[in-house]
Design a protein around this ligand. Structure first.
Ligand SMILES: Nc1ncnc2c1ncn2[C@@H]1O[C@H](COP(=O)(O)OP(=O)(O)O)[C@@H](O)[C@H]1O
Ligand SMILES: [Mg+2]
Length: 237
């Protein structure tokens, strides 16, 4: 067994007049080296799941088993850069002095297409470029597992498309497993090796997508998968 196994995960939050159950018994396994996309409506618990897996939140019950090394990195919806630090310093921000490897930083900056912008400040970058910095900051600590919470949701269509391609290229350059959260069916179909639908506090369905990239979303197989996803998401839960 490799990857990460989530077993019978339960999580609820106290409310003013009762409790809100987010997960009532979630089971999910994440394959090593794969892009697993968790897809679900707003409020279904996607961010909570990432926070639990990342150890930022404690489950009420259940278990998260890491079978590989558990060096994790997060990429959030907003880039969360330090405005007073340039691109290179933002990327190296989480590293201790002895961990900084200028060659590796240079390679990662090239991987995310920011060569030439090393000394630019966040205010001098476009939204897409800022998100590339956030991606590079995640990669530079050589994670075995990257969690991404709707990282491209705030970007315009074209920038989003280019970031998705960027991510797929990055994936070739690292053997990290990626847990990617989105509410966009197209984004899930574009990126995923496996799509997991989150609904009603559990994993409602999952779809393996064994297709090379770039993918044509209008091909028969993906149109069928899209239809199945829509049906599963509109089912009462
Ligand atoms: N710290 C918290 N306290 C109370 N309720 C929360 C907290 N965090 C999230 N929730 C609630 O849990 C549900 C799932 O939230 P979230 O995981 O952010 O959903 P998603 O990311 O899928 O939009 C929402 O109803 C949200 O209001
Ligand atoms: Mg969220």
């Amino acid at each position: 067994m490799d990857g990460i196994e989530i077993v019978d995960l339960k999580k609820s939050y106290p409310l003013e007049n009762g409790v809100l159950t987010v997960f009532s018994g979630l089971n999910l396994s994440l394959r090593s080296g794969a892009i697993t996309v968790v897809l679900g409506k707003s409020g279904c618990g996607k961010t909570t799941l990432l926070r639990l897996v990342g150890g930022l939140e404690v489950p009420d019950a259940g278990e998260i088993r890491f079978h590989d090394a558990r060096k994790t990195a997060f990429v959030f919806q907003e880039p969360r850069l330090m405005p007073w630090l340039n691109v290179r310093d933002n990327i190296q921000f989480g590293l201790r002095r002895g961990e900084i490897d200028p060659d590796m930083t240079r390679r990662i900056i090239a991987t995310v297409g920011l060569t030439g912008f090393e000394t630019a400040l966040p205010s001098q970058l476009s939204g897409g470029m800022r998100q590339r910095v956030a991606l590079a900051r995640a990669l530079v600590c050589r994670p075995s597992f990257i969690m991404m919470d709707e990282p491209f949701a705030a970007l315009d269509h074209f920038t989003r498309e280019s970031m998705q391609n960027e991510l797929l290229r990055v994936r070739e350059a690292t053997d990290a497993s990626i847990l990617f959260v989105t509410h966009s069916i197209d984004e899930a179909l574009t990126l995923a090796d496996r799509i997991v639908l989150l609904a009603g506090g559990a994993c409602a369905a999952s779809f393996e997508i064994d297709m090379p990239h770039p993918r044509d979303l209008t091909c028969d197989e993906l149109i069928r998968t899209r239809r199945d996803i829509m049906a599963a998401l509109s089912a009462p839960n």
